[in-house]
Design a protein. Structure first.
Length: 242
């Protein structure tokens, strides 16, 4: 097994000024959430891909945290294997994807098969992470022996929480800026999440009532939310507010 380098996400590096400066593929030797999960369901490798941000979703290769061998990732990207890998397309349906089931119906590309075998990446099982109908993230588990039905059920249940835990540092630091939410918009959403009305938010923040409504309205639009309640829930899920 290839050696693994320490996590680049703990802590976030000061020179990473925005998401564009963050390496798209980040390797970690250990992560407390992943380590605890591995004790419950043993697996060889894990990959946490995608962010709930335009341009950083699964399949675009812009955000991957993994303990897969670095050489495997480099080869996979260099050879554009994501373009011929049937499981990449399959997971966009929003359904759990088990590699053996996919390849039971389609031929296994020779180059992909050779790379997977070379690096001992077997039985990939992909759990999509979705918002509405959008698959923005995927957690991939790999193990030499197939996962049984109970293990798959547990991994499916826990994968969204693992994805959120691993990607939270990036989302907390950069998501608001990437979405172009202003400080006032975030502040008003934060107070709204505490149950305050616009009048209450105005008293707490010092903004005029019309300004509060304007900030919340613009935040709803930027988040692509349907209303104030939806925007608050979305901001919490994206780690924009707590």
């Amino acid at each position: 097994m290839a050696s693994k380098t320490p996590s680049l996400l703990s802590p976030l590096r000061a020179e990473w000024r925005d998401l564009r400066t963050v390496p798209s593929h980040r390797y970690f030797a250990s992560n407390p959430v992943v380590d605890r999960l591995r004790r419950a369901v043993p697996f060889d490798y894990i990959s946490i891909s995608g962010l709930d941000l335009e341009g950083y979703r699964f399949g675009q290769g812009a955000s991957v945290d993994t303990d897969l061998p670095p050489a495997f990732i480099e080869t996979y990207v260099r050879e554009h294997l994501y373009q011929i890998d049937p499981i990449v397309e399959a997971v966009h349906t929003g359904q759990l994807v088990v590699e053996a089931e996919v390849f039971a119906g389609v031929p296994r590309p020779e180059l992909l098969d050779r790379v997977l075998s070379t690096f001992h990446v077997y039985n990939r099982t992909l759990v999509p992470v979705t918002r509405s109908s959008v698959v923005y993230g995927v957690v991939m588990f790999s193990r030499q022996t197939p996962f049984d039905s109970e293990e798959i059920a547990f991994l499916t249940l826990i994968a969204p929480s693992v994805h959120a835990a691993v990607t939270r540092p990036l989302m907390e630091r950069f998501a608001a800026a990437h979405l172009r939410l202003s400080r006032g918009e975030v502040a008003c959403l934060m107070q709204a999440s505490h149950g305050l009305t616009s009048e209450g938010i105005a008293r707490v923040t010092g903004y005029q009532n019309d300004t509060v409504n304007s900030y919340i309205k613009s935040a709803i639009k930027k988040l692509g939310a349907a209303n104030r309640t939806h925007a608050i829930a979305d901001a919490i899920r994206r780690s924009l507010i707590h």
